[in-house]
Design a protein around this ligand. Sequence first.
Ligand SMILES: Nc1ncnc2c1ncn2[C@@H]1O[C@H](COP(=O)(O)OP(=O)(O)OP(=O)(O)O)[C@@H](O)[C@H]1O
Ligand SMILES: [Mg+2]
Length: 497
Amino acid sequence: MKFIGRIADGSTETTARLILLKDLERSISTEELVIIKNGGDEKPINQILGVLREGLGKNEFLSYTAYRPDVAYMRHGGEPSGAREVYSFMIKPIGVVTENGIEPNKIIIQPRSPVYLQEEDDRPLEKIAKGNEILWMNAHLENHKTWKVPVLKNFISYHVGVYGSTGSGKSWFTRYVLIPLYITAGYRVLILDWSGTDYVPYFQDSNEVEVTKITDVAFDEESILSYFQDKTYDFSRNESVKDGFDEFIEGWIEKVRAVVNLSKGSKDPADVLYNQLKEHVEESINSITRADWRSSAQRAARRVFRRLKPRDLAPIMGTLSIEELLKMFESKRILLVDMGGTIAEAKLGFFLSLAKQLYSVMESGNDINIALIIDESPQYAPWEPRGIQGETSEMIKNLAALGRKRMLNLTLIAQGIKGEIGINASVRRNLNTHFFGRIHPLDASGEGGALEWLSPYGITADQMLQLKPGRFYFSGAMNPSPVPLLITYEPPGEENE
Ligand SMILES: Nc1ncnc2c1ncn2[C@@H]1O[C@H](COP(=O)(O)OP(=O)(O)OP(=O)(O)O)[C@@H](O)[C@H]1O
Ligand SMILES: [Mg+2]
């Protein structure tokens, strides 16, 4: 602990400014942790742990709005005096340090109180962790490699958002920090890799991870209907065409298995299935008795089949059931679904099937101990959901609500927080822990943006826009510190840099 300055005029119980001792402005930086011995060294009323924010340098003689002797001197080439310069930081109190951990401070912070910098051996994060059921993340406070970051274990199932513009390090952070944390907490981890490029290349050779391709997985029948609905512009808005599809979809997996067996090697099974589907729909329409209804349905069906191609069936011809997929958790702790190589509707259809299965397990009263990692989450729950996204957004919301009590963690990763690049507001409201990386300027301000969470703690838009890759402000339920903290991590293999 090192004495670095004293509290300035105008302090309250929740905020205070620190005036630095001479020359310390050169070495002390924002985000450092300090202890205020409130009331003096002799008999402090309490000891408050706080974080430095909002640095300020003042030299009244160099006011840029008034002409003063010092300014005149400087303008003629002289070096103005620094004798009356004042450097200060705002201190945001994290809490009073007590035997049982951190308590909110309710006593006015006295001006003149001495302030001490927390050094490596002081281990301030252990003070924050005390008295709680804690796990330690494989991440540390910026500039302090030995200060691992504590996490409140019980809030993991209150869901997590990871935000940052492209290249800010979200996927890496999830891979190296969050997934290991969830595993330590006793969760099994189910990762949905939207493009098959963020996680698959890093995990495919690990023998702790089971990698499954989305095209091998069977969808439930409702999701298949939604998929066709999306692909055919709602069956060209014709109920009879929709009925025709619906009838054919009944027993879908058996039909797929049959054509796969039948056409072994010789024909493309998607072609065979497509022809069966088309025949079925046409037959069902031709049996409509009223002539005008029949001909309008025939027109709609022609439009539908002009649009729908045999290759569109390929993504929904998997036969691995969701139950079988989830069974793989019996032997592996991490399941990774490679969602690359198929279209968005198919990915969302798969997600619906998977989510329904998880939901029904939880609904029947079972804890599931699963962390579901949804990278590129605005694909599933965008600002303005369209088509099948309406269902996936609703589903995520429901999973989040039920999951809190059933040990399901949702980790949603997105480039933005709100608006067009962000996550649907009703889903976002269910996320209680946030990791904010470098943000897009669009997210800087306004309702629901990062700054709404961070500016009360003295974090500014300028800082958010300039964060280096792999730096995140950790805020919300999982953080035992009520004040967000800037954390980072070492990607493996770069320890010596
Ligand atoms: N802790 C770190 N320290 C140094 N560099 C890092 C760190 N974390 C990530 N990076 C760098 O940032 C790059 C981008 O990381 P990542 O792919 O996780 O970004 P992303 O936020 O997921 O981007 P996108 O939105 O495009 O998916 C990495 O390739 C790596 O070089
Ligand atoms: Mg990514």
